[in-house]
Design a protein around this ligand. Structure first.
Ligand code: DOR
Length: 428
């Protein structure tokens, strides 16, 4: 097995010591030494002037396999992830068919072993067919490799089903990841309900559609067990989670880069690439999301990478599919948007690596410790670049950030000691 030595980098490890000029030696897929290291026969990466951090972990990725390889495959999604600095991605269950069965979980695990360049960990459906009625075979899905449960894309409307799922998931110590949307309130909506929606004539989705179900699921969590709230987008939802944490509820939550980078103004010109569920909201909401990231109310940043074809986006706004792709822009957006807001590098890295690893119980991931998996990235914090979707490894192009100037570029991505991105390019 080859040795890899990353020399002279500035190590940003939220779980350990930080500091300039430290070397990291990788042997047999694990971190074997940190400090001043001399290693004969090692391949050397000079990281002088660069940041070395744990590989990012995305706990909310949509790969479209099985069912829609024209949008994304496990191979293409994993390559997009590697370019974006992700060494582990967790793929959601709303595929066609949905991942509600151990054989389908095994299919993803097997395919990932063959095709993926990063770790791909499946999230199993909570209910059969994502229908919100009958609980799926959760135990057998865990045995097949599922790391969490979610009907993401669909709300579990029945509180009794959600309660049973929370109780049942306890024995596996895996979170239920809740998609919170009162579909009676959101029905027919295409964007955030606001003055702007009236002005531009689009049907609105009130923030309350999210907040009602967030409130319900926080109450269920307090009584019955762990819940992780997906893609928090509204100020009200952040405040509800903050209060629930104060009350001691076993809850965690995530937001996505688009919710701290954009507002509903991004859809003013009917750009369907900014159509997402939950919808982009107001500046007040965006500010509260940032406050939540700073004060620890929001535990993690996840991409909600949701690839769609051009055909599904280039239609009348109200008919366009919800979702945007995020794997290749998430880190740069976090660095560009959150550092000026006062978040530290260490906090950002924690939100994108150690925190998701802890929420999902991924031991050996999200930290740069001796014996940990050698999943790490080398980043040029100062490098500015213009987002060009045509250069993405993702099969899809649905990003509202095309043409944006971002700061922070992933130069090298190492997965289990293997260099999969070198100098910003995929290795084969
Ligand atoms: O915008 C979204 N797209 N939100 C979701 O919850 C699902 C996702 C998708 O699968 O396309």
């Amino acid at each position: 097995m080859t040795k890899l030595l990353i020399k002279n980098g500035t190590v940003i490890d939220p779980a350990g010591k930080n500091g300039g000029g430290r070397d990291i030696l990788i042997e047999n897929g694990k971190i074997s030494k940190i400090g001043r290291v001399q290693a004969s026969g090692a391949r050397v990466i000079d990281a002088k002037g660069l940041l070395v951090m744990p590989g990012l972990i995305d706990m909310h990725t949509h790969l479209r396999d099985p069912g829609q390889p024209e949008k994304e495959t496990i191979a293409s999604g994993s390559r997009a992830a590697a370019l974006g600095g992700y060494t582990t991605i967790c793929c959601m269950a709303n595929t066609t068919p949905p991942l509600d069965d151990p054989a389908l979980i095994a299919y993803v695990v097997g395919k990932a072993e063959k095709e993926a360049v990063v770790n791909v960990l499946p999230i199993a459906a909570v209910t059969r067919g994502l229908k919100g009625e009958e609980i799926a075979e959760m135990g057998r899905c865990v045995a097949a490799g599922a790391v969490a449960f979610s009907d993401d894309g669909q709300t579990i409307g029945r509180s009794d089903v959600m309660r049973r799922a929370i109780e049942y998931a306890k024995q596996f110590n895996k979170p239920i990841i809740a998609h919170c949307e009162d579909t009676n309130l959101s029905k027919g909506g295409a964007m955030n309900e606001s003055r702007l929606s009236t002005e531009i004539g689009l049907p609105g989705i009130p923030a309350l559609a999210e907040e009602l179900i967030v409130a319900r699921d926080l109450l269920l969590a307090k009584k019955y067990g762990r819940v992780h709230i997906a893609h928090v987008s509204s100020a009200g939802a952040v405040k509800l989670v903050r209060q629930a944490k104060k009350d001691g509820a076993p809850v965690t939550c995530e937001t996505a880069p688009h919710y701290f980078s954009l507002t509903e103004e991004a859809v003013r010109e009917y750009d369907a690439n900014a159509k997402v569920n939950p919808p982009l909201r107001t500046e007040k909401d965006r500010k509260e999301i940032i406050r939540g990231l700073k004060d620890g109310t929001i535990d993690a940043i996840a991409t909600d990478h949701a690839p769609h074809t051009i055909e599904e986006k280039k239609v009348e706004f109200s008919l366009a599919a919800n979702g945007l792709i995020g794997l290749e822009t998430a880190l740069a957006l976090a660095l560009t948007k959150l550092l000026p807001e006062g978040l530290t590098l260490k906090e950002i890295v924690k939100l994108m690596s150690a925190a998701p690893a802890d929420i999902l119980g991924l031991t050996g991931k999200g930290r740069l410790a001796i014996g940990a998996d050698a999943d790490l990235i080398v980043v040029d914090q100062k490098a500015a670049w213009i987002v060009d979707p045509d250069k993405f490894a993702s099969i899809s192009r649905n990003t509202p950030f095309a043409g944006a100037r971002l700061k922070g570029k992933v130069l090298h991505t190492i997965v289990s000691g293997r260099l999969v991105v070198k100098d910003g390019k995929l290795v084969n």
